[in-house]
Design a protein around this ligand. Structure first.
Ligand SMILES: *Cc1c(COP(=O)(O)O)cnc(C)c1O
Length: 316
């Protein structure tokens, strides 16, 4: 398999052009705001959304360090696992996924795809999984798998944040507000770093809890990011917590697709879009605001959602 040279494999990781889709709706007219969606879900068929940007410099670094294996961590339906397996495959790395949960179903659509692209999966109990960053656990992994380039759970590290700084191009200058989903906050931190003074970033946490304020604070500090614009983190749109949902959210995902022809996922982008739409209705945005929702991808998860709940969400 090493016959395809690295440069060629890396070229297969070239980003596709990403569109900004303008939305029209009576509510937007009534409130005097403009709303559009940055379709990062289109950036690559298998390395979708923000994960493309988070992986980009990590793979380059792994290559520079002459590593031939990427090792990372994730849940059984993780977008990060799916994207890392795909990106590693295209860039010619061996990949290892340490999966949370001893009894995770290796046949689920996410893990089946990862394995198909050559990722070796290892299932660990939740207790061990929590120790993923301990030196001892990493030593054990090295003893078992040999040398590897480590990408943490969710893919957030300094190089990932470096990559997410490139999500907004020149076309973003037109907008006054950006809305993005938050998991670990790596994407939020990168976006915060490129804000202009008149721009505001709103993050919608998919996890329950106020800890995320501190988490983001740490990420900004350790990456020496002092945003020129303002930012705000919303913690009231998690629908019960990470991976949890309510019928109101699912109804919204179907409604949004019917209205705008844009598929969302129930873990991240659905919660963000729900929150943004709710805030528009509540006059959170001043008249003449130009709001850009950042579609961070994650649609592969809709297949897993079906296997867990039986609910068939729209996927394009
Ligand atoms: C991983 C992911 C996020 C969260 O990104 P962070 O950088 O961890 O905050 C948001 N949306 C989607 C679709 C994702 O897959």
């Amino acid at each position: 398999m090493m016959c395809l040279n690295f440069a060629k494999r890396l070229r297969m990781l070239q980003p596709e052009p990403v569109s900004i889709q303008k939305l029209t709706h009576a509510l937007l007219e009534e409130k005097g705001v403009e709303l559009a969606v940055l379709r990062l879900d289109q950036v690559h068929p298998l390395v979708s959304g923000n994960k493309f940007f988070k992986l980009k410099y990590n793979l380059e670094e792994a290559k520079r360090l002459k590593k031939n294996t990427i090792l990372t961590f994730g849940g059984a339906f993780s977008n990060h696992i799916y994207a890392t397996a795909s990106a590693a495959h295209f860039a010619g790395f061996r990949s290892i996924g340490i999966i949370r949960g001893e009894y995770a179903d290796s046949e689920n659509p996410t893990l089946a795809h990862a394995q198909k692209l050559g990722m070796q999966l290892y299932f660990v109990d939740r207790e061990s999984y929590r120790q993923q960053s301990s030196a001892e656990f990493l030593e054990d992994l090295k003893a078992q798998f040999g040398d590897f380039y480590l990408i943490p759970e969710g893919g957030t590290n300094d190089l990932a944040i470096q990559g997410t700084k490139e999500i907004l191009g020149d076309q973003a200058l037109d907008f006054t507000h950006f809305c993005v989903s938050i998991g670990t906050g790596g994407t939020f931190a990168g976006l915060a770093s490129v804000l202009k003074s008149h721009q505001k970033l709103l993050g919608f946490s998919s996890l329950k809890g106020e800890f995320i304020h501190q988490e983001i604070g740490k990420l900004l500090e350790s990456n020496q990011i002092v945003p020129k614009g303002s930012f705000e983190i919303k913690t009231t749109y998690h629908f019960g917590g990470y991976g949890k949902f309510k019928s109101e959210l699912i109804d919204f995902v179907f409604w949004f697709y019917g209205e705008f022809n844009i598929p969302l996922d129930p873990i991240y982008t659905g919660k963000m879009a729900f929150g943004a739409w709710d805030l528009i209705g509540k006059d959170h945005f001043p008249t003449n605001s130009k709001i850009l929702l950042i579609h961070t991808g994650g649609l592969q998860g809709n297949a897993g959602f079906k296997s867990k709940t039986g609910i068939i969400l729209p996927i394009l």
